[in-house]
Design a protein around this ligand. Structure first.
Ligand SMILES: [Fe+2]
Ligand SMILES: [Fe+2]
Length: 218
């Protein structure tokens, strides 16, 4: 697979067969308010440390499911946003497993409150604001068809964009290199959606290769 250069200012390479940055499937009609809401969302996440991951989760949602309802695209674009609001749960990454149920349920449950609250405050359709909660709650473990799509979009996007973030945890001594690498493997291997799982495993291999290159010696 060859890297293309659709956006030279991005911190990760977009592969030639991956969706374009902020992609919209051809022939897909959205409601009149959707384009405006998406622009507002890109503004809201602009100063979030992992905005590329959120943006790509939306792009991958529309790649896996070109006819996905608008609430699922919005849910993908905002799924981790509780981390933008101080006071959230923290995972002790050196000691606790990446699939820890208590931490992940606290993280997804908090996002499932923060995101609808924000959407409502910005005047989004109340039905849409309500509909994002359940898929956001399921984005780490999947479950329903919507939840499995969310999990796949989250995993693929994370593996595409965050090898450097994960290598940085090891390089800064927050956890061992082996534990950091486990995060990439968990993100790839957990995916329940069949097609999404195949794509995620491919990106897991790419991410593990990048991780090895970024890991500091010693
Ligand atoms: Fe998450
Ligand atoms: Fe995520």
């Amino acid at each position: 697979m060859q890297a293309s250069h659709q956006h030279s200012d991005l911190s990760f390479p977009i592969q030639a067969d991956a969706p374009a940055w902020q992609a919209v499937p051809t022939g897909r009609d959205f409601s009149p308010g959707f384009a405006e809401l998406r622009t507002q969302i890109y503004g809201w996440i602009a100063d979030y440390y992992d905005r590329e991951h959120l943006t790509r989760a939306g792009d991958w949602m529309l790649t896996l499911a070109p006819d996905a309802p608008e609430y699922l695209v919005v849910a993908a674009l905002l799924h981790d946003l509780e981390r933008k609001v101080p006071g959230g749960p923290k995972l002790e990454m050196a000691k606790v497993g990446w699939d820890d149920r208590d931490y992940n349920d606290a993280h997804t449950g908090r996002s499932a409150v923060v995101v609808p609250t924000w959407l409502t405050a910005y005047g989004a359709d109340p039905e849409l604001a309500e509909a994002v909660a359940q898929p956001i709650r399921e984005h780490e473990f999947g479950g329903s068809p919507d939840g499995d799509l969310m999990q796949a979009a989250d995993s693929i996007s994370f593996l595409e964009t965050n090898a450097a973030l994960v290598a940085g945890w090891a390089n800064r001594g927050l956890c061992t290199p082996a534990k950091a690498l486990e995060k990439l493997r968990w993100m790839g291997e957990r995916v329940r959606h069949p097609e999404g799982g195949q794509i995620a495993r491919r990106y897991m291999e790419l991410a593990c290769g990048q991780f090895d290159e970024l890991l500091m010696e010693g």
